[in-house]
Design a protein around this ligand. Structure first.
Ligand SMILES: [Mg+2]
Length: 268
């Protein structure tokens, strides 16, 4: 298979970066984390950190970065919950939203939307929630059946854990879809909204922006669908065998961000 030569990285002036499996795995930083951000700042290469994880706030990610020796700002981080609230606020300012998940509720309030407790809502926004109750599923079902727009922060069907795969937000969406016959509008990767939000936030154009990620089906395919070039690292969800078998072809493949930093750093 043919990839672009490292020299073609010269065209890239902005990055959309996935975090888990690229920068860290769980609580452990991956090799070269600090040096990678030094390179981005030195060049400089604009970046936004984009995650489908809707359960944490940007502030929580900023704290995680700080604990690993990297300084980033809350605005550098786009969560699918934040982009969901931003999307609703853009099409219906001040709308009333029935939200599932702490991260989604916080994002709704931050974007000056009205947080509904049931009864009436213009939107039902669903993010992963480990404390999800049957009552919440019932409220969401009734609201969607009454005409509220059904939005999912992210489509991830499973959630890896020490015990194996657990139900992810996509599984919660599937439950609501079964109960309402309504398909959700999805914000997170591989859909476009996250990529568009990142490009807009950076003021970057697609020709000079790349998506850096570890999942072929979300990061790489989603980045390609949004018109971006793509950089794949082998430190996360997909390995070399999966890459060889996949119809999804990234533009560049690196073992990890350390190897990417070395290749990029060597270009003048
Ligand atoms: Mg990842």
């Amino acid at each position: 298979m043919k990839y672009q030569p490292p020299e073609a990285l010269r065209d890239i002036h902005a990055l959309v970066i996935d975090m888990d499996g690229v920068l860290w795995r769980g609580d452990d930083p991956l090799p070269g984390l600090v040096g990678f951000f030094e390179l981005l700042r030195e060049r400089p290469i604009a970046f936004r950190l984009a995650t489908n994880n809707a359960s944490k706030s940007p502030r929580q990610f900023v704290d995680k970065f700080a604990s690993l020796g990297v300084k980033v700002a809350p605005d550098d981080i786009l969560t699918s919950a934040g982009v969901t609230a931003q999307h609703i606020a853009a099409i219906a300012p001040g709308a009333s939203v029935y939200a599932i998940g702490d991260g989604t509720r916080q994002a709704v309030l931050k974007h000056s939307l009205h947080l509904s407790s049931g009864e009436q809502a213009d939107f039902v926004a669903v993010g992963w929630d480990p404390k999800l109750t049957y009552k919440e599923l019932s409220e969401a079902t009734l609201l969607i059946r009454a005409g509220a727009k059904f939005i999912g922060t992210n489509p991830d069907r499973t959630l890896p854990s020490e015990r194996g795969l657990l139900p992810g937000n996509g599984a919660i969406l599937a439950c609501l879809q079964a109960a309402t016959d309504v398909e959700p509008f999805i914000i997170g990767k591989p859909e476009r909204a996250m990529f568009d939000a990142a490009l807009a936030a950076m003021g970057a154009d697609v020709a000079h922006t790349a998506m850096l990620g570890d999942r072929l089906e979300t990061d790489i395919l989603g980045g390609q669908n949004a018109g971006l070039r793509t950089i794949f690292v082998l430190t996360g969800a997909s390995d070399e065998a999966e890459l060889a078998a996949s119809p999804v072809r990234p533009d560049w493949v690196f073992k990890d961000i350390q190897e990417l930093t070395r290749a990029w750093g060597a270009l003048s």
